[in-house]
Ligand binder design. Structure first.
Ligand SMILES: [Zn+2]
Length: 230
């Protein structure tokens, strides 16, 4: 028995302002015969199909085969769509990926769709998952690499903007402490010292610091005057 699911184009103009998610746009279908037992093993394959035919599935008692057109529907949505009609399983690993994809944001979902597409294209799920795990571990290890250029830089992994740890006076309230906080950066225009709300060259920073010291001397003088008046 072969089922063909035809999804007509959605007219967003006449259907109100809400963009319908894909699955809402699937018209009512004849109810499938309920499966007597648990999920059946499924196999997904990619194939060019006629325009408007996103996927075709062929269901036997003990398994289901799905052919979908990657030009019209991605590997993840092919599974979500099939899941409306058939309770299926692809083994713990792939089922786990689909469940993760179901409960994540749009960008991550695209990543899962690419992974699943690769599984369908090669037909070798363990190899694809192993390769992806390798790449993720490598990316994770690279992300932990300390800055190769400056010892004071707290950025890790690939970066072009170098930032040092901020030095803040801890005897002032947080928002006042920020005024006197200092940090060292290199964001493409040479080494700068962030101090007194400015990004200063080291030479300029020394000048400002001297001014600040002179100011503190003046404050000390003021204190001495106050003490002498007690
Ligand atoms: Zn750096």
């Amino acid at each position: 028995m072969q089922h063909v699911i035809t999804v007509p184009p959605v007219d967003f103009q006449t259907n109100g302002h809400r963009a319908w998610p894909l699955l809402d746009a699937v018209p009512a279908q004849p109810k499938p015969v309920p499966a007597p037992k648990g999920p059946v093993p499924a196999r997904f394959e990619q194939a060019p199909l006629d325009a408007g035919v996103k996927l075709i599935y062929r269901k036997a008692a003990d398994r289901v085969r799905v052919a979908y057109d990657p030009e019209q529907i991605d590997a993840l949505n092919a599974r979500f769509l099939t899941n409306i009609y058939v309770d299926f399983t692809e083994g713990a690993q792939i089922d786990g990926l689909c469940n993760l994809a179901r409960n994540t944001d749009k960008n991550s979902r695209e990543m899962y769709a690419i992974m699943l597409s690769e599984v369908d294209r090669t037909g070798d799920a363990p190899a694809v998952i192993e390769r992806i795990t390798e790449l993720l571990c490598k990316a994770h290890a690279e992300a932990q690499t300390p800055c190769p250029r400056y010892g004071w830089c707290i950025e890790t992994g690939q970066h072009v903007e170098h930032t040092g740890e901020s030095v803040e006076p801890d005897f002032l309230e947080v928002d006042r402490g920020e005024v006197l906080a200092a940090t060292i950066t290199h964001w493409g225009k040479g080494i700068r010292v962030g101090f007194l709300d400015e990004d200063l060259t080291p030479a300029d920073a020394r000048t400002r610091l001297a001014e600040l010291r002179a100011h503190l001397d003046a404050v000390e003088q003021l204190i001495a005057t106050a003490e002498a008046s007690e």
